[in-house]
Design a protein around this ligand. Sequence first.
Ligand code: CMC
Length: 361
Amino acid sequence: MSDGLESVVAAETVLSEVDGQAGRLVIRGRSLDDLAGRTSFEEVTHLLWDGFFDDLPHNLAAPLGRARAEVFAEVEALDATLQARGPIEAMRALTARLADGDELSVALRLTAAPAVFTAAVTRRQAGRPALPPDPALGHAADILRMTRGAAATPQEAAALDTYLVTVSDHGLNASTFAARVIASTRAGLTSAVLGGISALKGPLHGGAPGPVIEMLDDIGAPDNAEAWLRGALARGDRLMGFGHRVYRVRDPRADALKAAVRRLTEGSNTMPGRLAFAEAVEAAALSILRQHKPDRPLDTNVEFYTALLLEALAFPPPAFTCVFAMGRVSGWIAHAREQLAGGRLIRPQSRYIGPEPRRAA
Ligand code: CMC
């Protein structure tokens, strides 16, 4: 048996390939370098969904805008109980109000849901009213407008598009596997996406970038990095934003996002200093991790520069995982449709290692 199913190939997919030795990500035949910074979220969603819906329109911008407007009606259900929860729990609860189904209209509403609900939840939690979507805007620009209450600059919208595209799909990661298992039972896309959100929430998967900001803030200055990082490892903590189940080299998404942070913050007064500080912490962490685990290559993963990019775009750190869901949702849906199209019920076996039943006297 493989612990954590590490070396088990549990699905065949045309959607993405993660090459952990070469540090390469391919999404439907296009390398991440070719997609990130050059493709919109709507375009990468089309790329992922192509062939999995008979009625897929060529351009998803307008239908996705309409879907944002449709799901906004559910924000009425955001009561005091949900508002008191973390953004991902509140967003998940509102998403659970959407009807299940396997049609394109359900897929579009589910893709709109993390964007619209996260913006509404974070604004309400800050004591401000939720803003309705503007269906005429691109998805990334509208997310920033709904979240912050002011129009995004083209550079900001491009930076968020780069992020959403970069995280849109990534092989059989934990949340995608969860989504595929649920889809294999024919429960419907809403059920599969809710399973994906639930798996993504954990700090070993999508919950790491908020803690990366806490780590940087706690370290405070480059000179404190080494002592802080050594102290964390001595306590048995993991360094957030480092290590990966598949990559044995640097996660290629880290560089795509670091380049996006650099493009976005060029010319700003404060952020270049923040980037240089993060680079110093990263260098210290990589050196200390090499000494800490000489036999296990632990390199920078996607979450480290995700944290810097989402901070530069002024998302509140507790909502970072929700922004991950805004991008990954198109991958979950593509995998769910692929599973439905060709896969059987996913039902592995377990080996019983408990006690034998006692014989009746
Ligand atoms: N800091 C310190 N030690 C680490 C780290 C880390 N970030 N990552 C792994 N290790 C150690 C771990 O403690 C273990 O040591 P030992 O054998 O002595 O118990 C050894 O390296 C192997 O770790 P593992 O838990 O077997 O590795 P895994 O493949 O199960 O874990 C991981 C992958 C991402 C969960 C892990 O590297 C980790 O916890 N990283 C920190 C959290 C993080 O950044 N998560 C985001 C992951 S990337 C987003 C995504 O695609 O999901």
